[in-house]
Design a binder for this molecule. Structure first.
Ligand code: SF4
Length: 96
């Protein structure tokens, strides 16, 4: 089901523990800022340092992003359907 959707991802930095699991899963999308919290990067690789920024999930990284959302200790990675904003992984998703 999720494989056919265009997805987007964001992080709630207020709940991020800074453990870095997401950065290990998908360093092309997740990166630490100087505050020690994880943020998302856009498709050009720019770090989006506004809290709660969202970015498109590249097709080939979809599984890594979904796994990061499942395993995130802070439960603060939100993966949504880009079109209708339905939660796909992370808080609010049916599979969690
Ligand atoms: S896995 Fe979750 S809690 Fe850990 S650094 Fe990434 S966003 Fe923060």
């Amino acid at each position: 089901m999720a494989e056919e959707r265009e997805l987007e991802v964001s992080i709630d930095q207020d709940a991020c523990t800074g453990d870095g699991l997401c950065v290990q899963y998908a360093p092309e999308v997740f990166e630490f800022d100087i505050d020690g919290l994880a943020y998302v990067k856009n498709l050009k690789g720019d770090l989006l340092t506004t809290e709660g920024s969202q970015t498109a999930v590249p097709e080939r990284l979809r599984l890594d992003i979904v796994n990061a959302a499942h395993d995130c200790p802070g439960e603060c990675i939100y993966v949504r359907d880009q079109a209708d904003k339905t939660p796909v992984a992370g808080p609010g998703a049916e599979t969690d």
